[in-house]
Design a binder for this molecule. Structure first.
Ligand SMILES: [Zn+2]
Length: 422
C-alpha cells in the first residue's frame, strides 16, 4: 500500500497537470475601490490566482482561454460579512420543528449559487445548523456546487434562553432541537468556543443582546454578562478566531465592544458611549441595513408573530443612524446584509443604503464590501483587490459603479477562485 502510494506520487511528479491560464479583457478596471478606474486592461489568472494585471487588451498566450469583458467594468468580487445561506425569508418559526438539516443544506446550496451570481465571491455564514455551514464551505471550495468562498461560524453561541436559543416551543421540543450552542458562566462559554473551534468554525458568532426575530418578549438588551463575553473573546482570540457579536441595545453593544469583539452586527441603538467603546476596542460595525428592508416588506402580513412585530417597530425608525454615527467617529463600517431575512441575491442593494442612509460615497461603499471586509476577515492579502498574488475573485457590470453603486445590482459575470459561476 505504502509503495503503491509512493509510485502514484512519483507519477504525479513526473507529469504535473498543465497550469490552467485564463486571460480576462476588461473594458474598465477597478483594482481597488480607493483608486480611480483604469481603461482597457488585461488580467491573467493562473490556477485560480491573479498573476498579472497590465494596461491594454493583450492577446492571450497559446493555450489560454479568453474571457471577453471588454464592454464591461471589472472589479473585485464583493464580500458579504453577514449571511445565513441555509435559510430563506418568510417561513413560519414552527418550520424549525419540521425541516431537517438535510433540507437546510439543499436550501444553502441553492442560495450559495444565487449569492455568487449576485456578485458576492466571499461570504461569512453567521449562524446555520451545526454542520451545514461547514458542508457548504467545503462544497464551494471543492467545486461540488457553485458558490462563494464561505467562512462559517456554525451556529451562534447564545445564553441559555436568550436570543439564538430555541424558544417558543414545549420544553420537550426545545430539548429535542437543542444543538449545544448555549452556555452560562465564563467557564462554560469558553468551553463552547473550544468545541466550535474543534468542529471547524472559522470564527465565533455570539448573540450579545436580544434579537428582533426570536419569539421572546424580553426586548433587545444585553444577554451575556460582561465576564462571559470576555471569556468568549479571549478564548476565541487565543485560538486565532475572530468574534462577531449580534447586538442591538446601546449598553449591550458597549459591553461587547469592551469585551473586545471584532465586529458588532446590526448595532441598531448604538449611542455615543457605545461608539466610543467600539473605537477604543477597534471593533467594526456591520450594520445589515438590508435586514430592515426585508423586515419592513413583511411587516403586518401575518408572517411575524405579535411578539416579533413589537420589536420590529422599535427598530425601524433607527435604521442607518448607527452606521452614520460610527462612520463619523472613524469606526470601520463594513458591508454585511443578514441575507435570509430578505431574499438571497439582493445583497448588493445594501450598497445604495450605505450611500443614502450612512452617508458613504460610492467608492467608500464598494471599499466596505471589498478591501474593508477583507481587513475584518484578516484576508487583506487574499481577497478584496485585483492584483498579482490575489485570489481570482472578480465581477463585471455595465455602467460605472463608482458613480452609481446601483450598477452593482445587476452583475453580468462572476469568477470565484478562477472559475466562472453559472
Ligand atoms: Zn443574522
Amino acid at each position: 500500500m505504502r509503495l503503491r502510494l509512493l509510485a502514484c506520487l512519483s507519477l504525479l511528479a513526473a507529469a504535473p497537470a498543465a497550469a490552467e491560464t485564463v486571460v480576462v479583457h476588461a473594458g474598465r478596471l477597478i483594482t481597488d475601490a480607493s483608486k480611480p478606474a483604469s481603461g482597457p486592461s488585461t488580467i491573467t489568472v493562473t490556477d485560480g490566482r491573479i498573476t498579472a494585471v497590465v494596461a491594454g487588451l493583450a492577446p492571450p498566450p497559446a493555450g489560454a482561454r479568453l474571457v471577453d469583458l471588454s464592454g464591461k467594468t471589472v472589479l473585485p468580487g464583493l464580500i458579504d460579512m453577514h449571511v445565513h445561506l441555509s435559510g430563506d425569508p418568510g417561513g413560519d418559526f414552527r418550520d424549525e420543528t419540521v425541516d431537517p438539516n438535510e433540507w437546510a443544506t439543499l436550501v444553502g446550496a441553492k442560495n450559495a449559487r444565487i449569492t455568487a451570481l449576485a456578485g458576492f465571491t466571499t461570504v461569512r455564514d453567521l449562524g446555520s445548523s451545526p454542520l451545514v455551514g461547514f458542508a457548504l464551505r467545503r462544497a464551494t471550495a471543492e467545486g461540488v456546487i457553485p458558490g462563494p468562498r464561505i467562512l462559517s461560524s456554525g451556529p451562534a453561541i447564545s445564553t441559555i434562553g436568550g436570543h439564538g436559543d430555541v424558544s417558543g416551543f414545549r420544553p420537550e421540543v426545545i430539548r429535542a432541537l437543542a444543538v449545544d450552542n448555549t452556555c452560562t458562566g465564563p467557564e462554560q462559554c469558553a468551553a463552547r468556543v473550544r468545541e466550535f473551534s474543534r468542529a471547524g468554525a472559522d470564527l465565533i458568532k455570539i448573540t450579545a443582546t436580544g434579537g428582533v426575530l426570536s419569539q421572546q418578549a424580553r426586548g433587545l438588551g444585553q444577554h451575556f454578562t460582561d465576564a462571559e463575553m470576555k471569556a468568549i473573546v479571549d478564548t476565541a482570540h487565543a485560538l486565532g478566531l475572530k468574534v462577531a457579536a449580534h447586538a442591538h441595545s446601546a449598553r449591550g453593544i458597549e459591553a461587547a465592544a469592551r469585551a473586545g469583539v471584532d465586529s458588532i452586527e446590526h448595532g441598531t441603538f448604538a449611542d455615543s458611549r457605545a461608539i466610543a467603546a467600539m473605537k477604543a476596542s477597534g471593533s467594526s460595525l456591520v450594520p445589515t441595513l438590508m435586514a430592515f428592508t426585508g423586515i419592513r416588506e413583511r411587516l403586518g402580513k401575518g408572517i411575524y408573530t405579535p411578539v416579533v412585530e413589537t420589536k420590529v417597530r422599535e427598530t425601524l425608525s433607527e435604521v442607518g443612524k448607527a452606521a452614520r454615527a460610527a462612520r463619523a467617529a472613524g469606526v470601520p463600517v463594513v458591508f454585511g446584509t443578514d441575507a435570509a431575512v430578505f431574499e438571497h441575491g439582493r445583497n448588493a442593494q445594501e450598497l445604495a443604503l450605505l450611500v443614502d442612509l450612512a452617508g458613504m460615497s460610492p467608492a467608500e461603499a464598494i471599499a466596505s464590501a471589498t478591501t474593508g471586509a477583507a481587513r475584518l476577515l484578516g484576508m487583506e492579502r487574499e481577497v478584496g483587490r485585483i492584483a498579482p498574488g490575489y485570489s481570482a475573485d472578480l465581477i463585471a457590470v455595465g455602467g460605472d459603479p463608482l458613480r452609481d453603486v446601483r450598477a452593482l445590482e445587476h452583475v453580468d459575470y462572476v469568477m470565484v477562485r478562477g472559475k466562472a459561476i453559472q
